[in-house]
Ligand binder design. Structure first.
Ligand SMILES: [Zn+2]
Length: 231
């Protein structure tokens, strides 16, 4: 799981593009197979066996810097990445965390369609911990309706904003029912762990948070263990 790329800056959510390319090269050299989200949906349903070292690239928030820095790397290595769009912020900035990073506008999203797979990242980027189940359902429908209206193709997948989902069992069951009712096939959290295959819970798929502040050793450790600190 990535967010932003930059050529002159790195922080928790921003990976320097030189380091990003080094990570991609390492994955390829070390024998990892890249699967697109579309492939993961199909293969999980068919219970197809994955290669031993399997990885999927995802980017949350659809930042404009993905267009600038991610596409050249994807083109160079013939890879795809899934970009999760916070739908009401198309053409705006990451206002939810007080940021001023540009989010792609519709024209840019359409232009990038050959290189990216799109998925949902909610309509309002609200933390599920702060909204009711009815608000979650309304938000999910709003995000799908808006993308349909914009004629932007997307895969029926959702990345929970902030990676947060309902910890309450009844609410979580209701949320999963809403996902199924809306045709959603996979929902992604963070979790920092390797997923079992076929996916144990397609509505709580785990991702590894790759930070711009990670050393290369930390990146390699995360690939094997999901996280650096075990305790
Ligand atoms: Zn986000």
């Amino acid at each position: 799981m990535y967010h932003k790329l930059s050529e002159n800056h790195s922080d928790m959510l921003t990976v320097n593009v030189i380091n990003f390319e080094k990570q991609i090269k390492y994955l390829l050299d070390d024998g990892y197979t890249f699967y697109s989200v579309g492939e993961i949906i199909r293969m999980n349903e068919a219970k197809t066996i994955l290669k031993d070292k399997a990885v999927t690239l995802t980017f949350d928030d659809a930042y404009l810097n993905n267009l600038t820095y991610l596409i050249p790397v994807l083109k160079k290595y013939s890879l795809k990445a899934c970009i999760f769009i916070p739908v009401s912020f198309i053409g705006k900035t990451n206002i939810w965390d007080g940021g001023s990073d540009r989010i792609m506008n519709l024209e840019q999203l359409l232009e990038c369609q050959p290189y990216f797979e799109y998925g949902l990242h909610s309509y309002s980027h609200d933390n599920l911990a702060t909204i009711s189940i009815n608000e979650f359902k309304a938000d999910l429908s709003a995000s799908q309706q808006e993308l349909n209206k914009l004629k932007l193709n997307y895969f029926p997948v959702l990345a929970f904003p902030f990676g947060q989902y309902y910890k309450d069992k009844i609410k979580l069951t209701n949320a999963k029912e809403a996902l199924a009712d809306n045709g959603i096939k996979l929902a992604f959290r963070i979790g920092n762990a390797i997923n079992s295959w076929p996916l144990k819970d397609p509505y709580l798929v785990k991702r590894i948070d790759i930070k711009g502040t990670d050393s290369f050793w930390e990146f390699k450790t995360k690939l094997k263990k999901g996280k650096v600190k075990v305790f």
